[in-house]
Design a protein around this ligand. Structure first.
Ligand code: FMN
Length: 440
């Protein structure tokens, strides 16, 4: 049974059957063109560019030339939502020296980029996308100067295979309070920069997401559910108070880490890495109670178990499951959480491996209430105008799709690498070739 993209509808059906997973499919994709309203904002269609970091900012954290190139391509592509990539709230919280970092000094650079995104989209498509900025602190994966400077919530032997990180890197409760304040300031700056909203990032094992599984930490941020979710809830609430009422405050949330208890959120306490979505449902309900209107849901840890986060055809290892099982885990997990909290709009993840069948699967989930928006990650690097093709020609072109080969991740993991699609975008084919030559 093939693990490789491109799939045909027949090979997709065969894979789901052989793997015994249920993923709905429909040939009627008209729902993807439907508008939605969130507060004062209208979203023109159900397709979204997921947050995809390019590690191509300038040293001061401002967007660089490649950043602008990427976003203007996405803007032309016609997606209803652009979820703008991880943007650090403090310099120490950057995941690499070229991660975007919004601050007072470079605010005008962000403003200019957001304006250009909007103007380009309106000129090209007649409408602007909703643009939400991801507000992050990289926590355990902080590398602001190119070497690891981890800020951890607790020691985790599964993620520290070369020996435990020194206790001095465990952040104090007061340190967490300060990061919460920095995130709120970053939310305020995001509004000033012209974004439509902000995402208090709580996924992929960065600081906020690691706290969700800090079962054995003491103090105000560890132990019980209330403490483990405190940074997220308080940062969301304080951001909502600090910005104007029509500015959206959202979160990209891991509902399942794929790490066993007591090291993972959304996992069963009794059986290995089996999902248990009770706490994630409770958290989404509480976020909705705070007034959150849209949430972006994801799973996994891109450093530890990337096949959970981004099911791939080729990657750093052969996963012990078929990629279609990974896709089903994410999409059905998202649907389960949405069914428990139907009042919140949900943006889904992990559709890229589905290739040409992704519009049909996305439309089926949206039509049956599984989620509201279909988010595409790796696909947008390969095929920035994916949305336009889905909306106007009714399908994706198999010669343009992401083949889930993991080369973008490979570039990202190379120090100084600026990820993009090495298969479909000649500029990045060259970047990838240079990286391969330099590591020979
Ligand atoms: C190169 C690269 C950069 C990424 N950057 C971000 C990011 O900035 N923020 C984030 O939440 N997820 C990030 N992701 C994860 C994607 O948003 C997405 O969850 C993942 O690729 C699965 O979706 P897909 O199957 O559509 O690719 C990144 C993934 C890749 C491969």
């Amino acid at each position: 049974m093939t693990r490789n993209v491109p799939l045909t509808p027949e090979r997709f059906a065969e894979a789901t059957q052989n793997c015994n997973v249920e993923i709905p499919y429909t040939s009627d994709i008209s729902v993807l063109s439907e508008k939605t309203v969130i507060g004062s904002k209208t979203i023109e269609n159900r397709l979204a560019c997921q947050a995809m970091e390019g590690c191509d900012g300038n040293a001061d954290g401002a967007p660089g030339e490649l950043t602008e190139r990427r976003y203007l391509r996405f803007a032309k592509g016609g997606a209803g939502i652009i979820w703008f990539e991880a943007t650090a709230c403090t310099e120490e919280g950057r995941a690499n020296p070229r991660q975007l970092y919004l601050n007072r000094k470079n605010l005008d650079n962000f403003k200019s980029l957001v304006n250009k995104i909007r103007e380009t989209a309106i000129r090209e498509n007649g409408y602007a996308p909703l643009i939400i900025m991801q507000n992050t602190h990289s926590g355990r994966y902080s590398k602001p100067h190119g070497v690891a400077e981890p800020v951890i919530a607790y020691n985790n032997p599964l993620l520290e295979d070369s020996g435990p990180i020194e206790k001095s890197h465990i952040i104090t409760d007061e340190g967490i309070d300060r990061i919460g304040e920095a995130m709120v300031n970053n939310s305020v700056l995001a509004e000033k920069a012209g974004f439509d909203g902000v995402d208090i990032k709580c996924c992929h094992r960065y600081l906020n997401s690691e706290l969700l599984s800090a079962y054995n930490r003491g103090g105000r941020y560890g132990g019980c559910f209330e403490n483990r979710t405190r940074l997220l809830r308080e940062t969301v609430r304080n951001s909502m108070h600090a910005v104007s009422t029509d500015f959206i405050v959202s979160s990209r949330l891991n509902i399942y880490d794929g790490l066993p208890f007591p090291y993972g959120f959304g996992v069963s306490e009794k059986s290995g890495t089996d999902p248990d979505l009770d706490e994630p449902k409770r958290l989404v309900k509480e976020l909705r109670g705070l007034g959150m209107q849209i949430i972006n849901i994801t799973m996994g840890n891109p450093y530890f178990n990337p096949h959970v986060n981004r099911p791939f055809s080729m990657g750093p290892y052969q996963a012990d499951e078929h990629p279609v099982e990974g896709v089903a885990r994410v999409l059905n997990g998202i649907s389960e959480v949405h069914a428990a909290v139907p009042e919140i709009k949900v943006l889904a993840s992990a559709l890229s491996w589905l290739g040409v069948v992704s519009p049909n699967v996305a439309a089926a989930y949206i039509a049956n209430g599984g989620f509201d928006f279909a988010g595409f990650g790796r696909m947008i690097f390969a095929y920035p105008d994916f949305a336009k093709d889905i909306l106007t020609r009714g399908s994706l072109d198999s010669r343009k799709i992401c083949i889930a080969c993991s080369k973008c991740t490979e570039i990202m993991r190379t120090p100084g690498g600026t990820p993009g699609c090495a298969v479909r975008d000649p500029l990045y084919t060259e970047i990838y070739r240079k990286i391969k030559n330099s590591t020979k």
